[in-house]
Ligand binder design. Structure first.
Ligand SMILES: [Zn+2]
Length: 280
């Protein structure tokens, strides 16, 4: 499933969840490798977050103790901002995407290890087979048997063996290189029915850093926010002490059309997540 289709289906799934629950704020993360959808979470509400991981969410970005700053929280986001947005749907969607990507990496590293071991086993058996023939040839010549025998292991055998081994070594090396360069590109799209708040915009950036810097340092990495509703809207959060925030992106968000059939279409905002802070 390509990107356009994946986003359309996600918008539809979110609409269905809203229709079922009458209201709510939902988001879903789509993961694409080389422009093909490989995993999607599901439309989550913020409340689902506690079912997934309790308070132990990777993208909470809140301080664990008073005075101990969360190491991944950007300087322009306060602990309060992170706290009031802790139960947002984006937090659990990013959590699930992050977990899946880590699991994929782990499985792939294990498979790579197996491939390398299998190749090593093949190399060893090939080597020992040839050594055995070489030894038998040496033994035969040493004991002076048969003045004109057919050779067990001649220089021609040796050359053919070497050429064959080299060919397979190159093939194995190329296969491993192809393995290591997959995926060439990683795209994660966060789809929702409201623009991310300031806290979640920061989380998306942290996610982007981890994706490109730690998880897939060799790949072309892109993260996008796709959301329906207003392009950006100011709001206040918190019950006792109010905190101003802004939902959505005031800059570089473009409206695009996603069409399911003749009748059903959406016009969400699409914003590529950039590593620098949002310009006001
Ligand atoms: Zn948020």
């Amino acid at each position: 499933m390509n990107e356009q289709w994946a986003i359309t289906d996600s918008l539809r799934a979110i609409d269905q969840r809203i229709a079922r629950e009458q209201k709510g704020v939902f988001s879903e993360a789509l993961i694409l490798f080389d422009h093909v959808l490989v995993h999607r979470t599901q439309p989550y509400s913020g409340y689902d977050g506690y079912e997934v991981a309790g308070k132990n969410l990777h993208y909470a970005l809140t301080d664990s103790k008073p005075g101990v700053r969360h190491p991944r929280r950007p300087y322009y986001v306060s602990d309060k901002e992170a706290n009031v947005s802790l139960a947002d749907s984006e937090v659990v969607s990013l959590e699930q995407a992050w977990r899946w990507l880590n699991g994929w990496k782990r499985d792939r590293a294990l498979m790579r290890e197996q491939i390398v071991q299998q190749h090593q086993a093949w190399r060893n058996s090939r080597e020992s087979g040839a050594s055995d023939l070489r030894a038998r040839e040496y033994e035969r010549l040493r004991s002076g048997l048969d003045p004109l025998p057919p050779q067990i292991w001649s220089p021609a055998h040796e050359r053919a063996w070497q050429a064959d081994t080299d060919r397979w070594e190159v093939a194995a090396y190329q296969a491993l290189q192809a393995w290591d360069s997959h995926p060439y590109s990683v795209t994660v799209i966060l789809v929702g029915n409201i623009g991310p708040c300031d806290g979640c915009k920061a989380r998306l950036k942290v996610f982007l850093y981890e994706l490109s810097g730690e998880l897939f340092p060799k790949a072309f990495v892109m993260t996008k926010a796709v959301y329906t509703g207003d392009r950006c809207k100011r709001g206040a959060r918190g019950t006792t002490d109010r905190l101003d925030t802004e939902y959505g992106y005031p800059d570089h968000a473009e409206q695009q059309e996603f069409r399911l059939d003749g009748q059903t279409f959406w016009h969400p905002w699409v914003r590529v997540v950039t590593p620098w802070p949002v310009q006001q």
